[in-house]
Design a protein around this ligand. Structure first.
Ligand code: NAD
Length: 510
């Protein structure tokens, strides 16, 4: 962290426990069975205390390497060596025992929920509802992959002639590199790590440089849950550490979530060395996500879903809405109502329960987004005022002439709008497809045939009809894109674990 003290000070203000919260959770498990109630003043008081207390020790334990010292390539090599040494034992540990460990980890995440939420607020600048959703999603990933492993990793007996036994086995591949982004620093981090481990691999995990503390806390809990220290190694640092990790020829697979350009760099690094094995590369990357709104849509619902999809988490979700495509006939009404709804958003300290939109992740992100936003000023349709200090990017709606004018993913609360005319739906879908990404899309329409055209025509991994476009639920809405948005299989879906294993057929003459 560049300046942890300043970061803590910036979020450790005075939450308002007395404000009743009309918070609707868009988190990743539908029921609130984890039992936390953000409208409960006592809960808010506990959270406020956690958030105001200092960050956890940077020398947490032997098993969770301290992120306070920059790591170098020799640390990476040592971590891979240790993970490789742990592989024979961990990979032959029965799948049900590995699943048990993952479920114990889920229990520990729930036990430490408020502390983990506080770190998410401090370190990742998450609002309190987002921090809660983060922990719940991490729990969901652990429980879901544990349950899948129990059934998927049973050896499969295949038919054959009498006197022959054929068995198909799924086994861990070796040491997996798990490389995570900062925007879901606990859920995505543990989703990758949990999947790789339960499949019988050992892991060297590298969190984003912005969020090492939550990763260190997660790794410490994983070790407490019974995952051997050797089987799960943590290395911290930036792109050069990630690059050293994926270039290590002992790495037998990479699970990566982050930007599309970084995925390309990793893919190149994995192919450069002709002597190393060909290994799976699971990449979940960015998107230019559109929502199509036709003239039959319910405007109030559209506006609510646009606000959630474009501005929740300060637009820092890979699934977030970037491009609103609204039919001309209803565009003026929709945009006017959208502006009014935006005016009610509270921008401020993420530790304040009243906050809807917090700051973006760091100064670099702020500068990049703000420079672009200012350059678009002649095209602003609506822009909110934002606090002058503290990396706040004002939620802004920007008019574009054509879909093709949006060239890249702007990872913040910036929404672009393009109008389309009746009869142009197929061309509109084709123009979105031509952007080359394929992560999420939204549709608001009350015509079934329009839904069918979009469902068949849109090249996206996750399509959301007449609802918001964020908050995929583990196990119900497997998540991931196509094209420049990712390789699949989808996180939180039944096929994800298969990318982490070797298939072995054993045929025995009996
Ligand atoms: P990023 O690509 O900058 O970094 C992601 C991770 O890769 C970090 O840990 C980083 O240190 C590491 N890294 C950077 N260069 C590397 C290299 N050469 N070799 C190996 N590792 C390297 O992304 P970010 O800014 O952390 O995250 C935001 C991006 O992630 C956005 O594009 C967003 O759309 C995407 N994202 C996608 C999904 C999804 O499920 N599809 C989910 C969350 C975020």
């Amino acid at each position: 962290l560049a300046d942890p003290a300043a970061k803590v000070a910036s979020v450790a203000g005075s939450p308002h426990p007395s404000i009743p919260l009309p918070i609707r959770l868009y988190g990743n498990s539908r029921d609130n069975s984890s039992g936390i109630d953000l409208a409960d003043e006592q809960v808010l008081g506990t959270l406020a205390t956690k958030i105001a207390s200092p960050l956890p020790s940077r020398e947490r334990s032997d098993s969770a390497p301290s992120p306070s010292r920059e790591r170098g390539p020799s640390d990476v090599a040592a971590a891979v060596t240790a993970a490789q040494a742990a592989f024979p034992t961990w990979s032959t540990t029965p799948p049900e025992s590995r699943a048990d460990a993952l479920e114990r980890l889920a229990d520990l995440l729930e036990r430490d929920r408020e502390s983990l939420m506080a770190i998410c607020v401090h370190e990742a600048r998450k609002t309190i509802p987002d921090a809660l959703a983060e922990v719940r999603e991490a729990v969901d990933f652990c429980r879901y992959y544990a349950a899948e492993a129990r059934t998927q990793f049973l050896p499969l007996q295949l038919p054959g002639p009498t006197g022959e036994r054929n068995e198909l086995r799924l086994e861990g591949r070796g040491v997996f590199a798990c490389i995570a982004p900062w925007n879901f620093p606990l859920a995505i981090f543990l989703g990758q790590v949990g999947a790789a481990l339960v499949a019988g691999n050992t892991v060297v995990a590298k969190p984003a440089p912005q969020t090492p503390l939550i990763a260190a806390a997660a790794v410490a809990l994983a070790h407490e849950a019974g995952i051997p220290a050797g089987a799960l190694q943590l290395v911290t640092g930036g792109g050069e550490i990630g690059e050293a990790l994926v270039r290590d020829p002992r790495i037998m697979g990479v699970a990566f979530t982050g930007s599309t350009p970084t995925a390309r760099r990793i893919a190149r690094a994995l192919l450069d060395d002709e002597s190393r094995p060909l290994v799976p590369f699971i990449a979940e990357t960015g998107g230019i996500n559109a929502m199509i709104v036709d003239s039959t849509a319910l405007t109030e619902q559209v506006v609510q879903d646009v606000i959630t999809s474009a501005f929740r988490s300060a637009g820092q979700r890979c699934s977030a809405l970037r491009l609103l495509l609204v039919q001309d006939d209803v565009a003026d009404r929709t945009l006017e109502m959208l502006g009014g709804a935006m005016d009610t958003l509270v921008i401020g300290n993420p530790a304040d329960p009243a906050t809807d939109v917090g700051p973006v992740i760091d100064d670099a992100a702020f500068t990049r987004l703000e420079t672009y936003r200012q350059a678009q000023q002649p095209r602003w349709l609506h822009a909110l005022p934002a606090p002058a200090t503290g990396d706040f990017v004002a939620p802004t709606v920007i008019a574009l002439d054509a879909i093709a004018d949006l060239k890249e993913e702007w990872f913040g609360p910036l929404l672009h709008v393009v109008r389309w005319k009746a009869g142009e739906l197929p061309a509109t879908i084709a123009a979105v497809n031509a952007l080359g990404y394929g992560l999420t899309m939204g549709l608001h329409s009350r015509i079934a045939s329009v839904a069918a055209v979009v469902t068949h025509g849109a090249h996206v991994g996750n399509l959301y009809i007449n609802r918001s476009m964020i908050g995929a639920v583990v196990g119900s809405q497997p998540f991931g894109g196509e094209g420049r948005s990712g390789t699949g299989f989808k996180a939180g879906g039944p096929h994800y674990l298969l990318r982490f294993v070797h298939e072995r057929t054993v045929s025995t003459d009996t």
